[in-house]
Design a protein around this ligand. Structure first.
Ligand SMILES: Nc1nc2c(ncn2[C@@H]2O[C@H](COP(=O)(O)OP(=O)(O)OP(=O)(O)O)[C@@H](O)[C@H]2O)c(=O)[nH]1
Ligand SMILES: [Mg+2]
Length: 295
């Protein structure tokens, strides 16, 4: 039997639905999804293995003009993902198409994209009248002459099967890169920190979600059934620390309770979770700190 396998980068603007698509194709909630922009910060591999193919998806951070060091890191994650990819799935929110921006993307990433099979996935079609879709595709086809354009809804799973078929069509022939049971490249610790960060994205607003990083400082299996986890929630300013902790510690307690339940489901074990809030002044612009904690 001929086997196909390769890397498929999921690429696009913040909030376009990249992580949602990844999770639906994998049928597993691997990557954090949120209404806010800049949810994904690292590239995350999600591996889909079937009898005759293996797609190694790479979820990437949203493409934006970097304004601080963390965003420079995010941009470097996008670039290395595109570089590794055999197929690029470029997700575009059909309600938010800006041709000037899309042209800028071509200027910025053209060199990395030029020899890749590219699929433009027009996402969120569940939010638009169906007869409005075709004119958008026609308009875009001038910009993406060598690419397929396919309308989908990642959220409602519309046309995602067709998208998957197209990706498989473009995969190179070759042996699998990963064992068939492997789902990702990242360790459990990474996903635990993402579960905690997701609670903060959900419960807090304005600049807090963008100023938070979660660092797992201890991860110990105390017994067959109990894991002890110690995590620092790192913020940029003293005032943010006060907001996160909340009145009488209610805020931190809420994060801890919700995160612990999700971590227990994820690890399938009882968890003792200790959370601390720490201030590292302006860490988003601290190259050394970012290098130590990301990457
Ligand atoms: N209605 C609708 N909403 C969607 C669809 N796909 C994603 N969303 C929503 O769009 C928001 C952003 O989704 P994400 O998957 O986090 O987007 P992303 O591109 O990974 O975002 P970043 O990681 O911040 O770049 C979430 O609220 C999703 O539920 C879709 O097909 N239809
Ligand atoms: Mg994302």
């Amino acid at each position: 039997m001929i086997k196909k396998s390769g890397f498929a980068a999921i690429f696009g603007k913040p909030n376009a639905g990249k992580s949602t698509l990844l999770n639906h194709l994998l049928k597993y909630n691997l990557s954090v999804v949120n209404r806010k922009v800049q949810t994904t910060r690292n590239k995350i591999l999600g591996i889909l293995t079937e009898e005759n193919y293996q797609i190694v998806f790479i979820d990437t951070p949203g493409e934006l003009e970097p304004k601080y060091e963390l965003q420079n890191f995010m941009l470097s994650e996008i670039k290395s993902s595109l570089d590794e990819a055999d197929v690029v799935i470029q997700i575009t929110d059909i309600l938010n198409i800006n041709f000037e921006e899309l042209r800028k993307t071509e200027d910025r990433f053209g060199e990395l994209l030029k020899n890749k099979k590219r699929i433009i996935a027009l996402n969120k079609i569940d939010l638009i009248n169906k007869d409005k879709i075709l004119p958008v595709i026609e308009k875009l086809s001038g910009l993406y002459i060598n690419s397929d354009i396919i309308p989908v809804s990642a959220l409602k799973n519309e046309n995602t099967g067709e998208l998957l078929n197209l990706i498989v069509k473009y995969l190179p022939e070759g042996d699998f890169f990963y064992d068939k049971d492997e789902l990702t490249d990242k360790p459990e610790k990474f996903f635990v920190s993402e579960i905690i960060r997701e609670k903060i994205l959900r419960f807090y607003h304005e600049e807090i979600p963008y100023s938070v990083m979660v660092n797992i400082t201890e991860f110990k299996e105390r017994s067959e059934i109990l894991t002890y986890i110690n995590a620092d929630i790192v913020v940029e300013r003293e005032t943010q620390k006060i907001i996160i902790i909340g009145k009488k510690g209610e805020g931190l307690k809420r994060i801890g309770e919700k995160a612990r339940m999700d971590i227990e489901n994820f690890l399938n074990k009882k968890v003792y979770l200790d959370l601390f809030v720490k201030v590292r002044k302006d860490w988003r612009n601290d190259k050394k700190f970012i290098r130590e904690n990301y990457g």
